[in-house]
Design a protein around this ligand. Sequence first.
Ligand code: CMX
Length: 434
Amino acid sequence: MSKLKEKLYEKIEGWRPRTTKLLKEHGDVKLGDVTITQAIGGMRGVKCLVTDISYLDPFEGIRFRGFTIPEVLEKLPRPPGAEIPYVEGFIYLLLTGDLPTENEVKEVAEEFKVRRKVPAYVFDVLNAMPADSHPMVMFSSALLSMQRESVFVKQYKSGISKMDYWDPTYEDALNLLAKLPEIGAYIYRKKYREGNIIPSDPNLDWGGNFAHMMGIDKPYDDLSRLYFILHSDHESGNVSAHTGHLVASALSDSFYAISAMINGLAGPLHGLANEEVLRWIQGVMEKMGGKVPDKEEMKKFVWDTLNSGQVIPGYGHAVLRKTDPRYTAQREFCLKHLPDDKIFQYVSTLYEVVPDILQEHGKAKNPWPNVDAQSGVIQWYYGIREYDFYTVLFGIGRSIGVLSNIVWDRALGYPIERPKSLTTKMLEDIAAGK
Ligand code: CMX
């Protein structure tokens, strides 16, 4: 058994009695009531999911296993000469809840090396797809095509105990994680670089190898690490994380679950917003003949968009009520590496004008920028001009959190998800006090 798996097992054994006790002794304790607005309105704020991987405070933003983004970036081990920590160490943190040592990170990196070979048929599937397939469709299909590799399915069929489900789920999770950078980079190079594929380099770390296979020089390796860490998890109620959890709750294996969560991430109100931000900015750039608008000019573009009934992409959030710390972390990267970039200046000007306008507009509950307001700009700067691809990057990162959650779902024996529906007539009757 690998050290990571051993540590995970130890953590699972320690955690299980807490869940059992809560269920046995406090199962009837109320967490809240559900209103008609919540039932019709996408279950906003209904407290009915449990995860220990991350927690999203509306004002503070995300904490991964109790650590804020600046803490994660400061405390995790980094590759030699790098600014941003190993993704491998972050995966260790999400799975176990502990900060790894340098050696523990190296062991995870070694484990990924053993598991990283992508089956040849995955590339055949990708090569057979129409040239205009969206990269998210390619990504989801590639992941789903590997379902036949599932260790969970084999062991489930052989009749393992429910207590052991986490073990083959962990195997599937690590096998998938090890392959994601190569699949993502392959899609990019095949679709946008005339199929000029750069082979994986086994001597590089997860993020470094991704940058290498994308064919982009430093500091893109640091940006990749940062990007994957920031996008990994946002507790479990968002569409991608919830979809992964929901599908896995039927004991569908991680390949089914991760492909499904990618499909949810592909929506413009969720992961696709990073692409929409860039498209919106470029529309403004075209109208401005390339010049950076001053604040007054920018305000007009923002109002025009709102008055035409569209949302300002990259702003607002279902839970957050302040600037997303994932936005701030990327902004700091921009201030260090691309302060004079024209698109970054657009993003900065937007930051100065949009919150006030959204407040005046009076609809959005959160007028502040989210992660997507900043992320496409940096990718553009480093040469990824094909914004269709941005959500694949988000998906690679999000897989880290979703897979960690699924392993723990199986470890703690969470059941199949099945909330209750009511009819509109029933709501009307309840509202009338009948
Ligand atoms: N621009 C204009 N209007 C906005 C807005 C924005 N950025 N954000 C919210 N609103 C509007 C909503 O459309 C809604 O209008 P209606 O009442 O007419 O339907 C109203 O304000 C209330 O919405 P809310 O409760 O503040 O926000 P929701 O929880 O319903 O939705 C989100 C959250 C993110 C979908 C929404 O803010 C939005 O559409 N933002 C733009 C798209 C975006 O950036 N998405 C990425 C989010 C991060 C991620 O998951 O990747």
